[in-house]
Design a protein around this ligand. Sequence first.
Ligand SMILES: Cc1cc2nc3c(=O)[nH]c(=O)nc-3n(C[C@H](O)[C@H](O)[C@H](O)COP(=O)(O)OP(=O)(O)OC[C@H]3O[C@@H](n4cnc5c(N)ncnc54)[C@H](O)[C@@H]3O)c2cc1C
Length: 405
Amino acid sequence: EFQAAPEQFFPTDPTEASACLGGMAACNASGARSYAYGPMRPHVTGLHVALADGDLLELHRGRAHADARRLSLVTAGGRALELDLPGYTMPKTKNASGYFVSDDMDAIDLFIGACGTLGVITELEIALQAAPSVVWGVSCFFDSEDKAVSFTDSVRPVLSHAAAIEYFDAGALDILRRQREQSTAFASLPALDDEAKVCVYVELDCDDEAQATEELYHLGWVLELAGGRDDATWVARTEVDRECQRFFRHAVPESVNMLIDERRRTDPTITKLGSDMSVPNTRLADVVALYRRTLAESGLESAAWGHIGNNHLHVNILPRDAQDYRAGGELFARWAAEVTAMGGAVSAEHGVGKIKAGFLETMYGHEAMVESARLKLQLDPAGQLGRGNLFSEKLLDELVQKGGA
Ligand SMILES: Cc1cc2nc3c(=O)[nH]c(=O)nc-3n(C[C@H](O)[C@H](O)[C@H](O)COP(=O)(O)OP(=O)(O)OC[C@H]3O[C@@H](n4cnc5c(N)ncnc54)[C@H](O)[C@@H]3O)c2cc1C
């Protein structure tokens, strides 16, 4: 009897539709579904990396491992590389901060999330996986942030098939309310009543409808205990309804980008300031309290959304002028130190790039930056690739002048 192969899908969905696979691997991108499926890293099974001198590394998951923190590789050109990996310990949270290093690690993992500093990914092999048969989206509304946090903490251990647990705070929902009223492009957004202060969106990826119904029952039970509003919950079971929810979720970052573009007409020096920090499960309430307290003290305008299931919110400061912009940057630096003290990561999915290089030093310390830069210079002796990403150009240049790695 003929049986169709199950539909396959690639779970990584970093929101930005123009993202390329190479860029996604370079940043170890994630997105909402990383709650269930992890970031880009586990889905990458093979990489070809062009090194600064044009030689090539051909890496396949499972074929080359470090010996503790020493990694021996042979290039396609037959050159033996002996790499000393930095000695730091990564936090046990969602993390895209700096080089991935651990004892006896798979060689391929070093090049995923390296922000283009070690080589250029020229070929990439990914493993697809069986697509879920039933996908339901559930938007839950609460009249306070405390209730949303408590719901998240309680629902995580109860659900077995949650693919995403996402959050929209009061600032984010207010932006949507305004957009719906003021812009025809957003007129089809669903109306929100005044009591809907914050929202937690849960996506259920299930084998069949019976399983999805059981999960929904568990979710409803936790919702009631956490003081959520059962009557105000949206459950999207069809593709049309899910598309409506997707529009709702994607409208938030899009609207914030539009708002900042408008403000930049008055002051072109300001840009959006979006945080990307994560903490362990036990510190979710603490980090949300930190954000609220310090935002209130600073008087800055903000909207927060993102991956609350991973304790990973994008808090966006919406600067009105250059002074707000500076204050927002200072606040992020303070959060980087506090999040590090909580055992978290300064970048959980966007990668450190250039703007967050200082936060990486806060997280791992100066010696770790020197070790990381030395590792880079073993592969890229003149420090040409991804200059300014992860560590300062000054540090790199000093090491090059001292003779490199
Ligand atoms: C509106 C919006 C929403 C987003 N939401 C999310 C989200 O939810 N989750 C998430 O994880 N990310 C999110 N992102 C970030 C997004 O994931 C990254 O922008 C994207 O994955 C990077 O891919 P890219 O092709 O755009 O890379 P680029 O932006 O072109 O490059 C990113 C970095 O990777 C390096 N790089 C690019 N290609 C290669 C290559 N072939 N070899 C080596 N290095 C390379 C570049 O040098 C650069 O340092 C969002 C971005 C936007 C604009």
